[in-house]
Design a protein around this ligand. Structure first.
Ligand SMILES: N[C@@H](CCC(=O)N[C@@H](CS)C(=O)NCC(=O)O)C(=O)O
Length: 98
């Protein structure tokens, strides 16, 4: 399954546009509201290599960027392929004694 994560804030037109585009693609995504969660905002900035604007979009842990970049992928007909990629299964963790 494709893993799509969006860091957003509630009153953000670009966030709405990104969610609309992904919704049109029938994609399920996880939305992380960073408006009041400084820990997750820091996580977003770190994962997005210093970018502070919302949305920041990740597809299978690959940083896509904001809405403009997402829309550009769609315009270039590259978004469907990216969304069709299956997320790598996290490595199994062995529990000592089990
Ligand atoms: N080019 C960006 C624009 C994003 C943007 O301007 N987001 C606004 C909120 S809708 C924002 O975060 N502004 C505050 C900032 O840039 O730090 C995109 O396409 O996502």
């Amino acid at each position: 399954m494709t893993r799509v994560v969006l860091y957003t804030t509630p009153y953000c037109g670009y966030c709405r546009a990104a969610k609309h585009l992904l919704g049109k693609k029938g994609v399920t995504f996880t939305e992380i509201d960073v408006s009041e969660d400084m820990e997750r905002r820091r996580e977003m900035i770190e994962r997005a290599l210093g970018r502070r604007a919302v949305p920041q979009i990740f597809i299978n842990d690959t940083h896509v960027g904001g809405y403009d970049e997402l829309a550009e992928l769609e315009r270039a007909e590259k978004l469907d392929a990216l969304l069709a990629e299956v997320a790598p299964v996290p490595a199994l963790v062995s529990v000592p004694g089990e």
